[in-house]
Design a protein around this ligand. Structure first.
Ligand SMILES: [Zn+2]
Length: 393
């Protein structure tokens, strides 16, 4: 079977494992960089591979509008089209469609919406969304779901969930290439425990290859988002991969990994990277700040990304302030590497049953991180204080 998922170790509820797909294996827990239109903004597929990305995310809504599923199919599928040779996961676009409030109409059968590009009327149904992702030849596909807004009344959230569950059943029945494209169900239910548990229970009765927690990061407070993860993850089938959609900060990832989640995607590292908000082992750095103007140190001396290997903070400061495209590329490369290394470290921590320790040291270092900028000026006599002393060879 193409989509074998094996769990190789546990630490509490956290699992370390391996998901096999037709385009290679994914070591889990894994972070999936987001290449909505078929590329992670600013990066080549080779750079993404070198950063350690095992799987890339793309988006069916965006690709359907432009260049269109037929066009990509004619070019041999999404792998040939993008040049990305490792696994690809496509989101169904339910989240994007339901963000088009005022420009979409939901009925029992599907959703009709207007393209955000040219206003053209389009329609998604559960069957068509499965078929389109199978035609793209992606490894991991998502069902069409209804992503309710936050806040929402419980009764409305339940009606919406019932539609999502019905669409999930139709999506399963619509599969034609299960050996080539895995299908994930999506648990909705807003911030209501009863609904989240119902979603997990009813989806578990369907033969999905994996199960996602959707409808988070839609404006709800952090405590509610974390509660949703804590209720839903353990209620999803133990033997299948679990995917938390669209989350989040390293702290969010650590919390969800500890709750038993295996897959993640988020635009945060790339988007922040483009704007000069850079993740380091000593906290988040806003590279535009004047304190970095003459800073000769690498962004993060422990980072092995191509940016930290060569250039000083002063150059990043200069490029990002000048709006130079290379500044955005450098920020993206570094931040993605940070997230991918962070996940590799969590996998190692689970193998050695040290996840709790990682969480405690993380809490300490994020407290330090609040002071990062005031500590950012090189201390006289430190290894980083001048010349190339702080750089890797
Ligand atoms: Zn770096």
């Amino acid at each position: 079977m193409s989509f074998r998922f094996e769990i190789h170790g546990r630490d509490g509820a956290a699992r370390v494992g391996r998901l096999e797909t037709p385009h290679g294996a994914i070591e889990t827990p894994a972070f999936m960089p987001v290449g909505t239109l078929g590329a992670v903004k600013g990066l080549t597929p080779q750079e993404l591979e070198s950063a350690g990305a095992q799987v890339m995310l793309a988006n069916l809504y965006h690709l359907s509008l432009r260049p269109g599923v037929e066009a990509i199919e004619r070019l041999g599928g999404l792998h040939s089209f993008t040049g990305w040779r490792r696994p690809i996961l496509t989101d169904s676009g339910g989240f994007q469609v339901f963000s088009l409030s005022g420009h979409r109409e939901v009925d029992g059968d599907g959703v009709t919406f207007r393209s955000h590009l040219d206003g053209e009327r389009l329609r998604f149904t559960p069957e068509q969304v499965v078929a389109a992702q199978e035609r793209l030849g992606v490894d991991l596909a998502m069902v069409l779901d209804e992503c309710p807004p936050w806040p929402i009344e419980e009764a409305a959230a339940e009606r919406s969930l019932e539609r999502t569950l019905e669409w999930a059943r139709r999506a399963v029945a619509a599969r034609r290439r299960p050996e080539r494209t895995a299908l994930f169900g999506i648990a909705q239910g807003s911030v209501f425990r009863r609904l989240r548990e119902r979603a997990a229970r009813e989806l578990a009765e369907l033969p999905f290859d994996g199960y996602a927690i959707g409808g988070v990061s839609v404006g709800e407070p952090e405590a509610e988002r974390r509660a949703v993860v804590e209720w839903t993850a353990p209620a999803l089938p133990e033997a299948r991969p679990r995917y938390l959609m669209g989350v989040g900060t390293p702290e969010d990832l650590l919390h969800a990994v500890a709750s038993g989640v295996d897959l993640f995607d988020c635009v945060l590292p790339a988007r922040n990277g483009r704007h000069g908000l850079l993740f380091t082992r000593a906290g988040v750095i806003r590279i535009k700040n004047a304190v970095f103007r003459d800073d000769p140190r690498p962004l993060d001396a422990e980072c092995r990304c191509p940016v930290c290997a060569r250039v000083p903070r002063a150059l990043l400061h200069h490029l990002v302030r000048a709006g130079e495209i290379t500044g955005a590329v450098y920020g993206t490369l570094h931040n993605l590497r940070y997230f991918l290394d962070f996940m590799a470290d969590l996998r190692q921590a689970i193998r050695s049953c040290q996840l709790g320790e990682r969480a405690r040291s993380r809490a300490v270092s994020s407290a330090d991180g609040n002071r990062t900028e005031s500590l950012a000026a090189p201390a006289p006599g430190s290894a980083f204080s001048g010349g190339s002393g702080g750089f890797r060879p």
